[in-house]
Design a protein around this ligand. Sequence first.
Ligand SMILES: *[C@@H]1O[C@H](CO)[C@@H](O)[C@H](O)[C@H]1NC(C)=O
Ligand SMILES: *[C@@H]1O[C@H](CO)[C@@H](O)[C@H](O)[C@H]1NC(C)=O
Length: 512
Amino acid sequence: MKSKSILLILAYFLYFSNCAEILCIFVVPVHSHLSVYNAVTMELLSRGHKITLISVDPRENERNHVNVTLIELLSLKETYESQVQHFLLKPSRFFDHNPFLEILSSVFKNKHFLNLLKNDKKFDLLLMESFGFSPFNALAEYFNVPTVSITAGDALSTEHENRGNVINPVAHPDRLLEFPFAKTFSERLQSSIYWLTFKYVVMPLLIVKCDEITEKYFPNNKVKKYYDLTSNVDLLLINAHPVMGFIRPILPNTIPLGFLHIYPPQPLPGILQEILDKNTNGVIFVSFGTVYKPNYFPNVVQKLLTACENLPYLFLFKYDGVLDNVPKNMIIQKWFPQSDLLAHGNIKLFITQGGQQSMEESILRRVPMLIMLISSDQRANAIRVEDRQIAKVLDIHKNDKINSDDIKNSILDLVNNKRYKTNIENLTKLVEDVPMTSRDKAVWWIEYVIRNRGAKHFHYEQKNIPFYQYHYYDVIAFIGAVIVLIILIFMVILRLIGRFFEMLRNFKIKRD
Ligand SMILES: *[C@@H]1O[C@H](CO)[C@@H](O)[C@H](O)[C@H]1NC(C)=O
Ligand SMILES: *[C@@H]1O[C@H](CO)[C@@H](O)[C@H](O)[C@H]1NC(C)=O
């Protein structure tokens, strides 16, 4: 009897874990973000799920998988990349060069995507990248499935708000701001104005576009308004780990992950392995990621080259282009297997622009970092990591006074001061001391939503309480008013009593 029920339970789980059809949408072509989503899709595929993948830049392992039906958004990538460069270099041009609006209009013109809407394929789940606003949430009702949203880093404040998580511009400035929390008055002012403007000016403008698309492509849906659509998300997976300083109050409908995209290190290609083995004095890896091309900041690169020149280490610099004045102790290459490279014992330091995925790799491989900020949107994350004393931040983006000597001294300190290495080893222990890996956790929760046909039972009803009621300002006002009233009545009574005695005295005087 017992073994029979175990078999039944097993069959139940096998049934669900083998048969799910998952619709995945990943449309923002940022390499490091896609590597996070790829880790999740590959984990799902390895458990026998089938995936229909709408992707702007599918990886080889997704492209070649028998259980992946691919809808590739080919034309999108280049237009998007140029838009992103505009956007990142000049965030003020949010509306005329908004890469996300560009994406939305391109996806809804894609023939294969429109065909998907026409055929009546059955799905069990919508798994979508969440980037603050998108009409893709409407696909959940269209295909009658629950939704899991996922982000490559911390979620935007609007997404936290949609789930009901605490959003407070002082304690938790939006992730696009430059500080992890607003310490000074000017930061509090900046963060509050940013949030209020974003919430009450920017979002409504963007939402108009979303609602237009939903109206047009999902005319039979019951829910078409953006805010109602996003309220229907069952679970939000955020790839932000508490040990990196992402600590904030979140509800059970938000699952923190982190380090999703990192696998055990693979052997290095022959020649690279040789080079690293040989340089026992120390190798330093330099990469500014894939979004920013180093030819956008030639001055920084020249300062760095000068700093490296006389140091007794070998530098490996990921640089896509031609460079003058390359010092003898530097090897330049278009691409390096970063995550595997960082695992080599002779790597002493990682010089990075501070992208979250890069910093995660550095932490898991126990390599201290020199973070050279070349854009303001990495600053908050960099400060969080610096606070853990595993890295130094040079804000070369803001401060042109930083010279090659500053860079050189920072490198020497980070390599020679054992404190950084000890701290990072301690931090890595904390990352690894968990009941299951982030990939297992992500997949467990995704399968949970599939098994239970949603996770609406986690919905936080109280998030719809009006602001003044939630903070019980009405109650405070009422109690205040009652107290004032009592004081007033008391004063009136005192005055009346005073008058009464005065009258009594006057009366006595008259009688006498
Ligand atoms: C594809 O899916 C089927 C059915 O779920 C499964 O049996 C098979 O192992 C999967 N193939 C691969 C390569 O994962
Ligand atoms: C880090 O770990 C070392 C060795 O286990 C220990 O001596 C040290 O106190 C730890 N440092 C901190 C800050 O926890």
